[in-house]
Write a protein that binds this ligand. Sequence first.
Ligand code: DAK
Length: 259
Amino acid sequence: MEYKFIIANFQYDKHIGLIQLNRPKELNALNLELMLEIKDAIKRMDDDENIRVIIITGNRKAFAAGADIKQMAGKSAIDMLKIDQFTTWDQIRKTKKPLIASVSGFALGGGHELVMLCDMVIASDTAKFGQPEIKIGVMPGAGGTQRLPRAVGKVRAMEMVLTGDFIDAKTAESWGLVNKVVPEELCLSEALKMARKIAEMSPIAVQLAKESVLKAFDQPLQEALYFERKNFYILFSTEDQKEGMKAFVEKRKANFTGD
Ligand code: DAK
């Protein structure tokens, strides 16, 4: 698939892929084509044995200012149902490898919902997060009313969803939406630093650990704990577990191969 609205780099760094949303004049507004391209690139990177971590970013002014309002404006309910554009997001949720968002500028509506689908978030001090759908007569439709309260609690989620007000990067950090805030020029390199650290770990352990953490949002505690335990046991069938524990005993750095 040729990409028109994103730039996908499958060898951005050793074991790291980078997807850059690239519709700058429209502040990376998520039209249908752009969303399909993101889904396609993430899936291809997830299937690529060489890639262990995926970074998603935008540009200085915007990560993404939401779904493309101009494309949606004339649609009927049935049109929207038929297009069902945000099933794309469901696919992204199934990504096995860690997704890190590097966010500068606006991350709004569907753009913020994409950030919340990522596993970790590095924000630049210029970043602004919001669910402003209420201001255009609708409401969040791709996870904003569900993932946001789980991340920040009810009253803060209500404020963002019902007033449409944006929050700045520091507030997002203190509310637990963001791992770290850095100066804008360091935003991508900081995400890369985090990605490199994870890419050095056993990729199978990383995959099962991610899967287990996400279970905390989907399942009751006891079932999620069983799930976690089984994943833990499975890892004892990997070469990486043998290598990791041997390296500890021998007081050296482990060399994980993914076997
Ligand atoms: N859609 C289309 N175009 C957009 C856009 C958007 N979301 N955001 C910005 N643009 C365009 C502007 O129209 C403008 O284009 P021109 O007028 O130059 O042609 C260009 O990008 C630059 O924007 P501004 O001139 O407005 O720039 P400012 O710096 O003055 O303002 C802003 C930046 C981000 C505050 C402002 O652009 C803004 O308020 N944008 C809209 C933000 C917004 O409301 N986002 C939420 C969109 S609704 C669904 C589930 C979920 C959703 C949809 C469907 N289903 C389950 C099917 C999600 C919905 C949304 O995300």
